[in-house]
Design a protein around this ligand. Structure first.
Ligand code: FIX
Ligand code: ZN
Length: 409
C-alpha cells in the first residue's frame, strides 16, 4: 500500500462520526429504544430476505413472537444460505466485533453478548466501538408514546440529538386537524392564514421541546413542489418560514413507495424514481432555506449531485436504505466526489437497533475509504503533494463537519 492510501485509511478508520439520520433512542426512552440480538435479527431488512429463503407464509411469520422470529431468521439466513447480503453480513460483523464466531457460537452467544435493556454505559460502549460521537434520532411529535417521553423532559445525554419528523403532518392533514385541535391549536381543513399560523406555533412549540437540529420528511417518488395541496401549502407557508426564522435545515428523503407489499408490514416499503425538479424549485424559490437532500433510487443520484453544484443551499447526504450496499455506496460516493468534491455528508447509518451502528459504519468506512484512497492516489500521481492534514480535514468534513457547518450556517 502506498503512503497516501495508508494515510487515507488511517484517517477514515479514526474519524469520529456524526450519524445524521438514525431511528435510535437513548435508554431513557425505554419503550422505543431497541438493542440486543433479537432486535438485530428481526431488522426489517433481514425479514424480507429470510422470507425469500424460508417456507413460511407472511401470516405464520408475523404470528410468532420476536424471539421465535429471530430464531427462524437465523436458520434461513445463516444455516440454509451463506450470509453474503449486506444486512446478513452486518450480523456477522456485529458478532465479530464482540469476538464471537457466529458459525459455531450461533444466536445464543449473540443473545448473551448483546444487551436488550441497555444502560448508558452499554450505549456509550457501542457508540465508541463504532467510532460514532453522536447520533441524530427521528422524532415524531404525533407518536403518542414518544410524546409522553418528551413531556417528561427526560435526559437524553449529549450523544442523542433530535430531528423533528414531519411525515404525519405532511401526509395526512385531514387526520392531523382533529389531533391538533384537541391540543389547543386553532386549525381547520380550509388552511386559512390563521390555521397556518397555528401550525407554525405548533412547530415552534415542538422545537422548544425537542431542540431538533433539523426538520425531516420522507417523501414519495411522486413528490412535487410547488403544488396546490395541503402538503405544498404546509411546506411553503408553515414549515419553510419556521425553518428560516430558526435557521433549521429541512431534510428531504425522497423516493419511498410505502407498503408496496402490505403483507410484509415493516419490510413492505420499496423505492421509485423521483424528480429533481421540486428540489430545484425549492432551492431557487427559497434561497434563505437550507435543504439536506437524499434520494432512494440509484437513478436520481446524478441529478442530485448536479443540483448541488447549482445551489449552495442543497446538501446531499447519505446513501439511503437500498442504496447502502458496497456497490452503490462506492459508485455514489465516487460520483459525488467527482462532481462536488468533499462537500456532502458521506453517509448516515439509518440504524434502527443500537448495535447496527457497528456494522453500518465499519462497512461505510471500508467502502468510502477505498474510494477516497483512489482519489487521493490519483491526485498524488499528478504530482500534487497530498498532506496528512489535508486528508484528515476532508475525511472529518465528509463524516462529521459538513453536517454541523450546514446546520449552523
Ligand atoms: O423513512 C425513513 O427514515 C426510512 O429510513 C425508514 O422508514 C426505513 O424503514 C428504514 O429503516 C431504512 O433504512
Ligand atoms: Zn430512516
Amino acid at each position: 500500500m502506498t503512503d497516501v492510501r495508508r494515510l487515507v485509511h488511517e484517517a477514515v478508520q479514526s474519524v469520529r462520526i456524526t450519524d445524521m439520520h438514525t431511528h435510535l433512542f437513548p435508554p431513557s426512552f425505554s419503550a422505543l429504544q431497541k438493542s440486543g440480538a433479537d432486535n438485530v435479527m428481526t431488522y426489517h431488512y433481514l425479514i424480507a430476505e429470510a422470507l425469500r429463503v424460508g417456507d413460511l407464509s407472511y401470516e405464520q411469520f408475523w404470528a410468532m413472537d420476536t424471539a421465535a422470529q429471530a430464531d427462524w431468521i437465523w436458520t434461513q439466513l445463516f444455516e440454509k444460505v451463506t450470509p453474503v447480503s449486506e444486512a446478513a453480513l452486518g450480523v456477522v460483523q456485529i458478532a465479530r466485533a464482540f469476538d464471537l464466531d457466529p458459525r459455531t457460537d450461533k444466536l445464543a452467544a449473540l443473545r448473551e453478548a448483546l444487551d436488550a435493556a441497555p444502560t448508558e454505559t452499554y450505549v456509550n460502549r457501542i457508540l465508541d466501538m463504532a467510532g460514532v460521537e453522536s447520533v441524530v434520532m427521528t422524532n415524531d411529535p404525533f407518536d403518542e408514546i414518544e410524546r409522553r417521553y418528551w413531556e417528561k423532559q427526560l435526559p437524553r445525554g449529549p450523544r442523542f440529538h433530535a430531528a423533528l419528523r414531519l411525515d404525519v403532518l405532511l401526509n395526512d392533514w385531514a387526520g392531523v386537524v382533529p389531533r391538533l385541535k384537541s391540543q389547543g391549536y386553532d386549525v381547520g381543513e380550509e388552511m386559512t392564514e390563521v390555521h397556518l399560523a397555528e401550525v407554525r406555533r405548533f412547530l415552534k412549540d415542538w422545537v422548544g421541546i425537542m431542540e431538533p437540529l433539523y426538520f425531516a420528511f420522507s417523501a414519495p417518488d411522486t413528490f412535487a413542489f410547488p403544488e396546490q395541496t395541503p402538503r405544498g401549502k404546509l411546506i411553503a407557508e408553515a414549515i419553510l418560514p419556521v425553518c428560516r426564522e430558526l435557521k433549521l435545515p429541512l431534510a428531504l428523503m425522497i423516493g419511498v413507495r410505502r407498503q408496496v407489499n402490505p403483507a410484509l408490514q415493516s419490510a413492505g416499503d420499496s423505492t421509485g424514481k423521483a424528480s429533481i425538479v421540486p428540489i430545484e424549485n425549492l432551492a431557487r424559490q427559497f434561497p434563505d432555506n437550507k435543504f439536506f437532500v437524499t434520494f432512494l433510487s440509484r437513478e436520481d443520484q446524478h441529478e442530485l449531485a448536479v443540483t448541488a453544484r447549482k445551489f449552495g443551499n442543497v446538501m446531499p447526504f447519505g446513501c439511503w436504505w437500498f442504496l447502502n450496499t458496497e456497490t452503490l455506496v462506492a459508485e455514489i460516493t465516487r460520483m459525488r466526489l467527482e462532481l462536488i468534491g468533499p462537500t456532502f455528508v458521506a453517509q448516515h447509518s439509518d440504524a434502527r437497533v443500537l448495535e447496527h451502528v457497528i456494522y453500518k459504519w465499519q462497512r461505510a468506512r471500508h467502502v468510502i475509504g477505498n474510494v477516497l484512497a483512489d482519489k487521493y492516489q490519483s491526485l498524488a500521481d499528478t504530482g500534487w503533494t497530498v498532506r496528512e492534514d489535508d486528508i484528515a480535514r476532508d475525511v472529518d468534513a465528509l463524516f462529521n463537519r459538513n453536517f454541523w457547518t450546514f446546520v449552523h450556517r
